[in-house]
Design a protein around this ligand. Structure first.
Ligand SMILES: [Zn+2]
Ligand SMILES: [Zn+2]
Length: 160
């Protein structure tokens, strides 16, 4: 069971639940809402540091959940990257997706692909070289829009 933790005010549980069930065959529950701590904001970049948000969600994570999946709407980054769509921390068993750079007509489809990708990492999958596989690394939204929400046959085999 995956616990879905959303930043206060967001309402993406139905999309995330459907995404995880349909594409990873994983059940999930809405596990709660959290506020992003002020110290996570980096005023020099006008962005939020993703691993600190992951730590915050991991603190919330109840033991009943194998994994936690977090959704936020702030612009996130990690060391060495201008921005990221999401991040996974397999040690904390916690994944994070930000909708900030996914906004547009295809928002729901993009959230679906990014949460499947990050939870795929929690399940042990690495990046895939096939551009249509959901485990392909998205550098830009074009990459995200190009890929399918599903794992390719090889990636699927790895988690079965
Ligand atoms: Zn990735
Ligand atoms: Zn693949």
């Amino acid at each position: 069971m995956i616990g879905v933790y959303q930043q206060k005010g967001l309402d993406f549980f139905d999309i995330v639940q459907e995404a995880l069930l349909r594409h990873l065959n994983a059940e999930s529950k809405s596990a709660g809402f959290f506020a992003i701590p002020a110290e996570v904001f980096n005023p020099l970049r006008n962005q939020y540091e993703s691993s600190m948000i992951i730590r915050r969600i991991a603190q919330e994570k109840s033991a009943e959940y194998t994994y936690a999946a977090g959704i936020v709407d702030v612009d996130i980054y990690t060391h060495g990257m201008n921005f990221i769509f999401g991040m996974a921390d397999p040690i904390r068993k916690t994944a994070l997706v930000s909708i900030h750079r996914l906004i547009g007509d295809r928002l729901n489809e993009r959230v679906t692909k990014e949460i499947v990708h990050e939870v795929g990492h929690l399940m042990g999958l690495g990046h895939c070289r096939k551009p249509h596989c959901v485990m392909y690394f998205s550098n830009t939204l074009i990459d995200t829009d190009n890929k399918d929400p599903d794992l390719c046959i090889e990636c699927r085999r790895e988690i079965e």
